[in-house]
Design a protein around this ligand. Structure first.
Ligand SMILES: Nc1ncnc2c1ncn2[C@@H]1O[C@H](COP(=O)(O)OP(=O)(O)OP(=O)(O)O)[C@@H](O)[C@H]1O
Length: 262
């Protein structure tokens, strides 16, 4: 059976990007069904470009992306993306429930089924009673929960997340990280999340892919051998967490040389 996501020799060049125009350089990896894989890399290294190529939003200059064996060209139906900026991704003139229902219009679902799915997804993210409110009546963290509910409502084969918690305060970030791990495990979702935050990548991931500075290539692919049940205080204080965080930090500081040593 093919992996849920296969990225083979992915390469992307922007005419104005740094390093002779190369944004992503010969990247290959797979993500298995039910896995939460984190990609961590320095600012500007090409994380968003990589995610956009996988989402079919950018046609890569070279290489290929396969979703459960099928080549990706254009945005696949069974893929959803959560971006960092929830304030620009939710429609302010639609209620929370209507926002969550919106992408379901392109599914073969009747009105009642769309409504049911939206309310179910709002329940998954702890907002069962927020359906009639408007995004601007909610806190930033609640708005990002709505974005996650909208992405999950279509039950995507793959959920892509681009720095999803970078715009909320530290306490809310912890809550959203725990929410994501809980929902991902309950639903068995396959998630690929990019972040520049080393601690977040280790706390959230079943696995951490470390990227080099621009142009992005893979420096290391590390399994996260932490217990599945994680706690924001105890896990972050554990010896295994501290050791892995140190390893990722050293790889990020050392770039490709560290990768060779690794
Ligand atoms: N549309 C574009 N046109 C030209 N160059 C681009 C475009 N988008 C990104 N780039 C360039 O590609 C490189 C990688 O950018 P990208 O946004 O993918 O990095 P990133 O790791 O997501 O950055 P950050 O951590 O700051 O969000 C950068 O040099 C950037 O300037």
């Amino acid at each position: 059976m093919p992996a849920m996501l296969e990225v083979n020799g992915l390469h992307h060049v922007f005419s104005t990007a740094d390093a002779a125009g190369i944004a992503v350089r010969d990247l290959s990896f797979t993500v298995e069904t039910g896995q939460l894989a984190c990609i961590v890399g320095p600012s500007g290294c090409g994380k968003s470009t990589l995610l956009r190529c996988i989402a079919g939003l950018i046609e890569p200059s070279g290489g290929e992306v396969r979703l459960h064996g099928d080549p990706v060209s254009g945005v696949p139906d069974d893929l959803a993306v959560v971006f960092q900026d929830y304030s620009r991704s939710l429609f302010p003139w639609l209620s929370v429930r209507q926002n969550v229902e919106f992408p379901l219009r392109w599914r073969e679902l009747n009105r009642a089924e769309r409504r049911e799915r939206a309310l179910e997804a709002l329940g998954w993210v702890g907002l069962p009673d927020a359906g009639t409110r408007y995004p601007w009546q909610l806190s930033g963290g609640m708005q990002q929960r709505v974005s996650i509910a909208r992405a999950l409502a279509s039950r995507p084969a793959l959920l892509l997340m681009d720095e999803p918690f970078a715009s909320v305060d530290a306490q809310t970030r912890f809550e959203l990280e725990d929410l994501l791990r809980r929902v991902q495990r309950e639903l068995g979702s396959t998630v690929l999340l990019v972040t520049h935050d080393i601690d977040e990548s280790v706390y959230l991931g079943d696995r951490v892919l470390v990227l080099s500075p621009s142009p992005a290539s893979i420096v290391a692919d590390l399994p996260v051998d932490l217990p599945a049940e994680r706690d924001q205080i105890d896990t972050r204080e554990s010896a295994d967490f501290v050791a892995l965080r140190g390893e990722v930090a050293r790889l990020l500081r050392g770039g490709p040389q560290a990768a060779k040593a690794h």
